[in-house]
Design a protein. Structure first.
Lengths: 169, 157
C-alpha cells in the first residue's frame, strides 16, 4: 500500500479520531499526540488494513482504548494535578468569560460527565454515528449505549436549564 | 404544529430514541433564528455540537516509508561486476596466438618449426662430439691393463 492509498483511507476520519481523543483527553496537544500515534499505528499495520471490515470503526475503538490507557497511566495522573492547580487559579477569570459565552458552558458541562457518557455523546451527537456502530466500537450492547446516551443528554439538559434560569432570573 | 413536533422530538431525544434524521431536524431547528423562548436553553447545546463538528486535526503525521533494502539487487550487481571483469579480462590479456584454418599452411608451419628444432639440435650434438675424444683416451688407457698382466706374471710366487 502506498502513502496516497493509505491517506485516502485515513483522511475521511482523521478529524473524528482527533475530536474523540480531545473529548476524552480534553487537552488539544494530548489529543494531537494521540491522533498521531493512532495514525502511525495504522500505518505500521497497513498490510492488515484490507482485512479489517470497517477501518473507521476499528480506528475509533483504537482511539478509545488508547485514550483510556493514557488516562490511566501515571503520566496523566501527574498532569491532572497540574491541570487542577491551573484551573483553581484561573477560575474567577474563566467564569467571567464563560458567563458571556453559553456555548462554552456546554463544553464545561460535557467535560464534567463520566468518561463513557462523554464518549457516547461525542460519537452520537457530534460524529453522528449509528447506535449500532457505537455499540460495536465500544464493545457494548445497543441498549446500554442508549441508556448512557439518555443519561448524558438529561444531565446536559438539566445543567443547561439551571444555568439558563440563573441567567434569566 | 412545528413546535409541538419539536417538543415531542426533544423528549425522544432525551431518552436516546431519536434517529439520526430526527436529530438532524432538531439541529436545524435550534440553529435557526426562530426558536421558541422556553426552549432557548437547548440552543447552545446544538450550537456547540455543530461547532465541534468543524474541528480538524491539523498536525502532520510523519509517515515513514520504511524502505526495506532488497538483497536481490546485490546479486544482480555482483553478476554485472563479474561480467565486466570477464569482458575486460579477456580483451587485455592476449594469451592466444591464433590457429591456422588451412591444413596445408599448418603443415608447412609445423615442418618449418620442426626443421628449426632439428637444426639447433644438430648444432648441439656437434659440440657434444668432442666427448668422443675422451672415449679414445680411455681406450688407450686400456693398455695399462696389459702392464698389470705382465707385472703379475713377474711377481708370481
Amino acid at each position: 500500500m502506498t502513502q496516497t492509498e493509505f491517506l485516502n483511507i485515513v483522511m475521511p476520519f482523521k478529524d473524528k479520531v482527533f475530536r474523540v481523543a480531545k473529548r476524552l483527553l480534553i487537552s488539544t496537544e494530548e489529543a494531537e499526540d494521540a491522533t498521531q500515534e493512532i495514525l502511525l499505528k495504522l500505518w505500521k499495520n497497513k498490510k492488515k488494513i484490507q482485512e479489517y471490515k470497517n477501518v473507521e470503526a476499528f480506528s475509533m475503538t483504537m482511539t478509545k482504548n488508547f485514550c483510556y490507557d493514557k488516562l490511566k497511566s501515571k503520566q496523566a495522573q501527574n498532569l491532572k494535578i497540574v491541570h487542577s492547580n491551573y484551573e483553581a487559579k484561573e477560575t474567577p477569570l474563566h467564569k467571567q468569560v464563560e458567563l458571556n459565552d453559553s456555548v462554552n458552558w456546554v463544553a464545561k458541562i460535557i467535560e464534567e460527565l463520566p468518561e463513557q457518557q462523554r464518549l457516547i455523546v461525542q460519537l452520537r451527537d457530534i460524529e453522528e454515528y449509528d447506535l449500532d456502530e457505537i455499540a460495536k466500537m465500544l464493545n457494548m450492547n445497543n441498549t446500554a449505549v442508549r441508556v448512557n446516551l439518555s443519561r448524558a443528554r438529561k444531565a446536559i439538559r438539566e445543567k443547561l436549564t439551571n444555568t439558563h434560569n440563573y441567567g434569566v432570573k | 404544529m412545528v413546535l409541538n413536533n419539536i417538543e415531542k422530538l426533544l423528549e425522544k431525544y432525551d431518552n436516546g430514541e431519536t434517529s439520526l434524521k430526527e436529530e438532524q431536524l432538531l439541529k436545524n431547528y435550534f440553529t435557526s433564528d426562530n426558536v421558541a423562548p422556553h426552549l432557548e436553553m437547548y440552543k447552545p447545546m446544538f450550537a456547540y455540537f455543530l461547532v465541534n463538528q468543524q474541528e480538524q486535526f491539523t498536525k502532520d503525521v510523519p509517515l515513514k516509508t520504511t524502505r526495506k533494502f532488497n538483497y536481490k539487487w546485490i546479486s544482480v550487481a555482483a553478476v554485472a561486476v563479474l561480467m565486466l571483469g570477464f569482458y575486460f579480462g579477456t580483451t587485455t590479456s592476449k594469451d592466444e596466438l591464433g590457429t591456422y584454418q588451412d591444413p596445408q599452411l599448418a603443415y608447412n608451419e609445423v615442418a618449418k618449426s620442426l626443421e628449426m628444432i632439428s637444426k639447433r639440435l644438430n648444432k648441439g650434438t656437434a659440440t657434444v662430439g668432442y666427448l668422443n675424444e675422451v672415449n679414445k683416451g680411455t681406450a688407450t688407457l686400456g693398455y695399462l691393463n696389459e702392464i698389470e698382466n705382465s707385472t703379475s706374471i713377474i711377481f708370481k710366487k
